[in-house]
Design a binder for this molecule. Sequence first.
Ligand SMILES: *Cc1c(COP(=O)(O)O)cnc(C)c1O
Length: 396
Amino acid sequence: MPAPAGHIPLSVPEMGGREWEYVRACFDTGWVSSSGPFVDDFEKRIAAAAGTAHAVATSTGTAAIHLALLIAGVQPGDEVVVPSLTFIAPANAVAYTGAHPVFVGVDEYWQLNPAALATFLETRCEMRGGVCVNRATGRRVAAVLPVDLLGHPVNLDEIRRVAGAHALVVVEDATESLGARYRDRPVGAGPSVACFSFNGNKIVTTGGGGALVTDRDDWAARARYLSTQAKDDPIEYVHGAIGYNYRLTSIQAAMGMAQMEVLDRFVERRRAIAARYRDALADLPGVTFQPEAPWARSTFWLSTIRVDPATVRPAARAGDSRTLLAAMTAEGIQCRPLWQPLHESAAFPGAESFDVEDAEAVHRQALSLPSSSGLSDADQTRVIAVLRSTLGGASR
Ligand SMILES: *Cc1c(COP(=O)(O)O)cnc(C)c1O
């Protein structure tokens, strides 16, 4: 749907080049459903981008996370550590397995805090016969599910070290960080399994879709099996487990192939947008950016500022993130707060949480700005002008 004139959206797809050509090839060859060369090629392309041996394409990113938890051995009645500050999908995926999320707070980069994770495991849990058990609930803590929030990679080496010491599997939610780098490697390589999303507002899109990546042959095979109804015999329709219909279609994969060809350009563009916002707003008191760690190369999926009411200029028309949100919305500029911290969500009443004050503070103050790779310089100039005038900065 075309945006109304003058409206500047938060994050919308950009057709980067050969989408139509490839989708047309699906129709011309009859490969439109969930088998065919495009799905295979798309999986190879994702594995190559992530630096992993395997990729398994799925119908959504949420489905990829669900499968990742299953192949990682998460069982009903287990617990899985999830950051409190995230879109709800990873916590929902934990619930789909019958396990319980435990919500832990964030670090200075707004990512799952490895130190808080360690303190939670050391003070509230104990090892019993090689298994990490939450003392209060008596449940096994099976896995940790860090999320690369807003495209910024988590401190994975630290999280892996802590997880390893407590026999937890690491499943990385990299749905916002395809194309990011952690130290010297692409996001996706490193954890036991990582998940991507190709939802419409992500870095690259298939309209809807996802993938998991892993180096383990057995896990990739198991994910593929579970994603196709766990079919043991394709002629007699004999099934060996409760499976899911989680496969991506060929049409979606064809679109994804074209999008993956321009992934690097899209990431560069999002980074340039973030850098321009940072420069243009640097002199405004009370306004800071999601910081980028020295070991990280974020996708800056959504450029996100933090507005501290205590230090914003007295002359500002908006002194906090929600007043600013209303002012931007009135100008036709789509901004968005971060997601309600999950320890406050009605979806998970009574869930355990640990060290979540920073998650609450970031949630109160953060606002994501228009970040589409297709955002024009003129539109970004307008966003900046409205931000500056609303926050009490002189125009520049
Ligand atoms: C987008 C997103 C997902 C889910 O992806 P879908 O493809 O929409 O199912 C999961 N986790 C996070 C953090 C996301 O931003």
